[in-house]
Design a protein around this ligand. Structure first.
Ligand SMILES: Cc1ncc(COP(=O)(O)O)c(C=O)c1O
Length: 373
């Protein structure tokens, strides 16, 4: 058993290891960042003349990034937001107009992790579907649409929001066919549909469906620009010009018209360069690594049927998971284990896996396994 003093030591050790340049960090979706890496990159960008100040998030590197992302996502326009929470909120608020029902997944960040902001800040009523599951079906959506127009008061669905990959469901995704059907129904019914694609790039690398192809199905798309593009915070919301037009007023009204947004957006632009290739290489390497690890006795790295870059660590009954995960730290391999979020440890694949050879990583697992078995 690990007592609380040990736990504090372990947490400190972990945070140091997450920042160490040779660590394999199975946490987060991008290259792990540190104060040193952020300042170092800003310095190089300053030297290269890549930092262009904005005014309250208008112009400069912010605008350049917005244009690049609109193009990248195949949308007419995009706006930078300081957080994904705000991007989701403002998208659904604008889509809803004077209607009030937003259909979403019960497991979504918007429903679970945004403090009922839809109701409290914008008078929108969230209708959660698919409790405890990654996604809802077309039939469930149709029923929600039907029941909102057959009550005593006509109260049509104002917007549908889809999160994929689903953070609370170990990064599982809405399969492409289902996504096509759901967005098709929304179009047929004239109901705007929004993608919380915080990790759209992880989904695209896993399925081979391009980010533009995904984006095309939706009226608006949000992606995170800090989770894997190496900026400290930020998000992009993309859609038609009409949708994005004037949105900077909403952003400012909600306190999100940040001065000096250029620091974050310039870092995102810098982090985007080469990201897709690096991430795809990381995922391919991880799959080869996991296939090798699965040959060892007492361990299975499970790939979800509709998974993204998140894999489940399954250990034999005779192996103490706490100790296993702790012992891997001796080999500078960091696996997070947030027991309150998922019953088994989850391995998030990112580019830190490229730092060492698969043979070396297998050797580390082998040695920890042999000590525990
Ligand atoms: C799926 C999803 N949507 C939205 C957000 C919110 O992003 P932010 O932390 O930038 O507000 C997150 C962040 O964890 C997320 O995982």
């Amino acid at each position: 058993m690990i007592n609380s003093a040990n736990q504090a030591d372990s947490a400190k050790r972990r945070s140091e290891l997450v920042r160490a340049p040779e660590s394999i960090v199975f946490s987060g979706d991008g290259e792990p960042q540190s104060p040193e890496s952020i300042v170092g990159r800003l310095n190089s960008m300053l030297t290269a003349g890549d930092l262009h100040p904005d005014t309250y998030s208008l112009g400069g590197s912010v605008e350049a990034f917005e244009r690049r992302m609109a193009d990248e996502l195949g949308k007419e326009a995009a706006i930078w937001m300081p957080t994904g929470t705000l991007a989701n909120h403002l998208a659904l608020r604008r889509h809803s107009g004077t209607n009030a029902r937003v259909v979403l997944q019960e497991q979504s960040h918007i429903y679970q992790d945004e403090g009922d902001a839809l109701a409290r800040l914008s008078g929108l009523n969230a209708i959660p579907l698919a409790k405890g599951k990654p996604y809802f079906t077309v039939a469930e959506l149709q029923e929600a649409m039907r029941s909102s127009v057959t009550g005593r008061v006509l109260n049509p669905v104002s917007a549908v929001s889809i999160e994929s990959p689903v953070r609370r469901q170990a990064g599982q995704i809405l399969p492409w066919d289902e996504m096509q059907s759901i967005t098709h129904i929304c179009k047929q019914e004239g109901i705007p549909v929004h993608l919380d694609g915080a990790r759209l790039y992880m989904m695209s690398a896993s399925t081979g469906v391009g980010v533009k192809e995904y984006s095309e199905l939706f009226d608006s798309v949000y992606i995170s620009t800090w989770k894997y593009f190496g900026s400290p915070f930020g998000a992009i919301l993309a859609g038609t010009s009409e949708f994005i037009d004037g949105m900077f007023h909403d952003r400012r009204m909600f306190g999100g018209g940040l001065p000096s947004g250029y620091l974050a957006t310039a870092l995102s632009m810098n982090g985007m360069d080469g990201f897709v290739d690096r991430f795809s290489e990381s995922l391919t390497k991880a799959k080869a690594l996991f296939a090798n690890l699965n040959k060892l006795p007492g361990i299975e790295i499970h790939q979800f049927e509709h998974g993204s870059n998140v894999f489940e660590l399954r250990l034999g009954d005779d192996i103490n998971t706490d100790q296993f995960v702790e012992s891997l730290l001796d080999f500078k391999i960091v696996i997070p284990w947030l027991k309150s979020e998922w019953p088994l440890p989850l391995l998030h694949v990112n580019s830190s896996i490229l730092r060492r050879s698969n043979d070396e990583i297998v050797e580390a697992f082998t040695s920890v396994l042999s000590a525990r078995l």
